[in-house]
Design a binder for this molecule. Structure first.
Ligand SMILES: *Cc1c(COP(=O)(O)O)cnc(C)c1O
Length: 246
C-alpha cells in the first residue's frame, strides 16, 4: 500500500515537472504579447489539497511562491514546507478569528476585504513586531456569495488601511466570475488593471502597488494580457484536485 502510494506520488511529481515547463512557456508568451517578459510575471502555485511532498517538489523545481487557501491546511503543512526557498501566501477567505494563525507566519495575505480584518491584522502585527503585507481582494463580478470588497468601496478601504500601523497594501487580487465569453472575462480583468494603475498613480503612504494577482488555470493567459503580474495556478500544475474523504 505504502509502496503504491509513493509510486503514485512519484508519477505526480514527474507530471508537475512537465506541467511547470508548459505553464512557464505559456506565461512567457502571454507576457511578451503584452510587452513584458516571462520573468515579469510571478507564478504562484495554488497548493490546496496537494500533499506537502509534491509541493516541496515544485519548490525544488523553482516555484518560489505558493498559496494556501485554508488556514487549517496551511497549519498542517507549514512545518514541513521548504519555506527557505519560497514565499508562502494566504489566498483564501479569511475569518478574523484565524488571523492569529497567519501573522508573522506567511509572507502575504492576498485576501483582505474589510476594515475589520485589516484592523485585526494590524493589531496582531504590532503585537508581534512584524509588518504584514497584504493585497486587497476585489469582488469584481459583484457576486453575492463571493468575498472581496465591492469596487466602489475599494478606495475607502484603502484609505482606512493606510492609517493603520504594521500593515502595508502591496496590490490587488481578484477572482472574476466564471465566464463563457472571453470578452466578458477580459472586461473584468481590464477593470482590475485600471483600478491597479489608478491607485498606483496616486501613491499614498503605506501603499506600494506592486502586485496585480489574477488569473487561474483556466484563464491566466487572458489575465496576463490584461496586465496581471501574478497568476495563481493550481490544477494545471498539480493535476485535478483530489479531495480527501472526510
Ligand atoms: C484554488 C485557487 C486557485 C487556483 O485554481 P486552479 O483553477 O486550480 O488553477 C487560485 N486562486 C485561489 C484563491 C484559489 O483558491
Amino acid at each position: 500500500m505504502t509502496e503504491k502510494l509513493s509510486e503514485e506520488r512519484m508519477a505526480r511529481c514527474r507530471a508537475v515537472e512537465e506541467n511547470l515547463a508548459d505553464i512557464r512557456a505559456r506565461i512567457a508568451r502571454a507576457a511578451e504579447a503584452s510587452g513584458r517578459k516571462g520573468e515579469d510575471v510571478i507564478l504562484l502555485a495554488a497548493t490546496k489539497t496537494v500533499p506537502v511532498e509534491v509541493v516541496n517538489h515544485a519548490i525544488r523545481l523553482g516555484v518560489d511562491f505558493i498559496g494556501e487557501n485554508r488556514v487549517q491546511e496551511l497549519e498542517e503543512k507549514y512545518d514541513r514546507l521548504e519555506r527557505d526557498k519560497c514565499q508562502v501566501h494566504f489566498i483564501g477567505h479569511l475569518q478574523t478569528n484565524k488571523v492569529k494563525n497567519l501573522v508573522g507566519r506567511v509572507d502575504m495575505i492576498q485576501s483582505v476585504d474589510s476594515v475589520r480584518l485589516a484592523k485585526e491584522i494590524s493589531r496582531l502585527s504590532v503585537q508581534r513586531g512584524v509588518n504584514t503585507r497584504v493585497l486587497l481582494e476585489v469582488n469584481i463580478g459583484r457576486e453575492e456569495n463571493k468575498s472581496g470588497v465591492l469596487p466602489e468601496a475599494l478606495e475607502d478601504l484603502l484609505g482606512e488601511i493606510t492609517g493603520m500601523p504594521a500593515i502595508s497594501v502591496c496590490g490587488l487580487m481578484a477572482i472574476p466570475p466564471i465566464c463563457e465569453e472571453t470578452e466578458r472575462l477580459r472586461n473584468y480583468f481590464s477593470l482590475m488593471a485600471e483600478y491597479f494603475v489608478d491607485i498606483k498613480r496616486k501613491k499614498s503612504d503605506n501603499v506600494a502597488m506592486e502586485y496585480l494577482s489574477m488569473g487561474m488555470s483556466g484563464d491566466f493567459e487572458e489575465a496576463i494580457l490584461c496586465g496581471a503580474n501574478m497568476v495563481r495556478v493550481g490544477s494545471s500544475l498539480f493535476g485535478r484536485r483530489q479531495y480527501p474523504a472526510r
